[in-house]
Write a protein that binds this ligand. Sequence first.
Ligand SMILES: [Zn+2]
Length: 247
Amino acid sequence: MKNTLKLATYFGIPVKIHFTFPLILLAFGMEGWVRGGVVEALRGTLLVLFVFVCVVLHELGHSLQARRFGIGVRDIVLLPIGGVARAERIPENPWQEIAVAIAGPLVNFALATVFFVVVWIKGTGLDFEDGFFSSLLLINLVLGTFNLVPAFPMDGGRILRGLLATRMPYLRATRFAKDIGQLIALFFAVVGFLYTKLVMLPLIAVAIFYGAINEEKMIHARLRIRSTSVEDELADDRGSADEQSWR
Ligand SMILES: [Zn+2]
């Protein structure tokens, strides 16, 4: 990814920010400033920074789990809309794919528990409007839950594909998961337009819709590459080569 700046390296994995990343800090800082001056501006910016620390931890969850299965992770990139952990490949063993995908949301649920304990120790009670740690608790619950929505490119989409792939060929599982994801995208779009004023929902719907198509294309391309090399190397093992080039 171009236009990135390396911030730090954790567990040997470089964490980078995209040049557009400061925009989100600026946006939340401005929003706070308009609402309540300098104090609110600082609070808004600090909250976003904390959220992105949580995002890095989420991505590290995926990355470290992937590495356990011998999959190299190139880097973690932070964008205004979230983070991406870029690995050499996606595990094809369904159970490994499920384990890597679920590791991210599990980190958010663990963080939510930590923030719950912090609020409890402080004795201030839960306050999702103004409480800093209460907000972080809520945000982590939302991040964890939202990522489990069974639609590509969300973690839930990969978990669903993994579960399906335990019972059917990989490409069919991908297609099936893609169809379910697109139905969910449609649902988000309709609900977003008709019943809420959340501009985010239709936007997320579009992202899911194209995410689903991309995932299928990627798997297609990978299987095509593989089936040629398998054919070259194992000319006698035609059965498996054919099996890997489903339409
Ligand atoms: Zn994730």
